[in-house]
Design a binder for this molecule. Structure first.
Ligand code: GLY
Ligand code: MN
Length: 355
């Protein structure tokens, strides 16, 4: 899968002669190839420059691009310069959000006579709406995560540590076909559950505790993301109330979520349920973030986002309640926003499971 055509079609709108892609996520989106290269996308052609470690694979996997090898005096900069001089490129877009100041200065020095124009928004706008090929990969990644959750339920019991659960989640997802993890799994139990992004440690699971697991994998270069909280032994009445509140909030957010509404309003639909139940002070983060090639992308379903969400945005739906020193609950699915509603691509059960 590549997105040469989509990027080329946007060049005119951004008044660019070509787009220079230098970041790893940008390369995955534009070229669909896992390497370390530079892509130059013009209205009619794509150029991809990489070194000998990736040349053979690039030649096999990248269709309809002119591929040239970097090495010795033939640097990314000199190959790019040759191409832009030959093609008369004057206005060259670059990924301003993903380039260090030092790299920018270097590129500027290597491309005299060519204006480097910040154009990260061009790629960001395209990446915010997933197409069917991207969704196919995300569904498969999510399916692997769902299956790993089913497996981990057989493994969780008193005496097992957070770290052991995290290791098992990594193993299961790889065994089920994942390319890698989309982030290091979060596994927290008992009082650690109030740490939304706690690191799995040596704390052992005990009777009457919650275990929160936040994990996901990469398949076809695209991420999945899921959180489930399960009880080991009987939870207290208060733990049940908190669990039910988080679930109701998540369902309210999902019921409201659609393209065309602001990220803020989606967040508010879920947050209102938690506030009404009296737990508003314990829900500090936002309802959701976009994900795709990266685990955190834009736009967000957060109180800070006043922009309308685009059709095809894929966001997490992940409210939580975290009571310091006591326990926490988070439930997270991944949803695709469409006109008039959304599709939940997470299928793991989310009623309270008592193991
Ligand atoms: N699941 C990790 C995160 O959303 O930050
Ligand atoms: Mn998430």
């Amino acid at each position: 899968m590549n997105h040469f055509g989509q990027i080329a079609a946007k060049l005119e709108e951004y008044q660019l002669d070509a787009m220079l892609i230098t970041s790893h996520p940008g390369e995955l989106y534009a070229v669909g190839f896992q390497g370390e290269g530079t892509a130059l996308i013009t209205p009619d052609e794509t150029y991809y420059f990489t070194d000998s470690r990736y040349m053979e694979a690039a030649g096999k996997q990248i269709e309809r691009a002119s591929i040239a090898m970097v090495g010795g005096v033939r640097s990314h900069g000199s190959l790019t310069r040759e191409a832009i001089e030959r093609l008369g490129i004057r206005r060259l877009g670059f990924e301003d959000g993903d380039m260090t100041v030092a790299a920018y200065e270097k590129w500027k020095g290597q491309l005299p006579g060519c204006e480097l124009i910040p154009a990260g928004r061009l790629l960001g706008g395209l990446r915010a709406s997933k197409d069917e090929d991207e969704l196919r990969c995300m569904r498969q990644a999510q399916r692997i995560t769902d299956l790993a959750f089913a497996e981990i339920l057989n493994f969780i019991k008193p005496g097992v540590t957070e770290r052991e659960v995290a290791a098992r989640l990594v193993y299961e997802q790889l065994r089920l076909g994942a390319e890698k993890m989309s982030f290091d799994p979060i596994v927290v139990t008992g009082a650690n559950g109030s740490l939304p992004h706690g690191h799995p440690g040596d704390t052992v699971i005990s009777q009457g505790c919650f275990v929160t697991m936040d994990f996901g994998c990469v398949w076809g270069n695209y991420c999945s993301d899921m959180t489930r909280t399960v009880a080991v032994g009987q939870p207290t009445d208060e733990m049940r109330v908190v669990y039910d509140t988080v679930l109701k909030a998540q369902l309210a957010g999902i019921a409201f979520a659609r393209a065309g509404v602001t990220g803020r309003s989606i967040d508010a639909a879920a947050r209102g349920v938690i506030e009404e139940a009296g737990y508003g002070a314990y829900f500090g983060h936002s309802f959701g973030h976009s994900l795709g090639i990266e685990i955190h992308e834009s736009p967000n379903a957060s109180s800070a986002n006043e922009e309308a969400m685009p059709v095809g945005a894929v966001i997490s739906a992940e409210p939580g309640i975290y009571i310091p020193e006591r326990f926490g609950v988070r439930i997270e699915d991944v949803i695709v926003l469409r006109q008039g509603g959304c599709e939940d691509i997470t299928n793991a059960p989310k009623q309270l499971l008592i193991l």
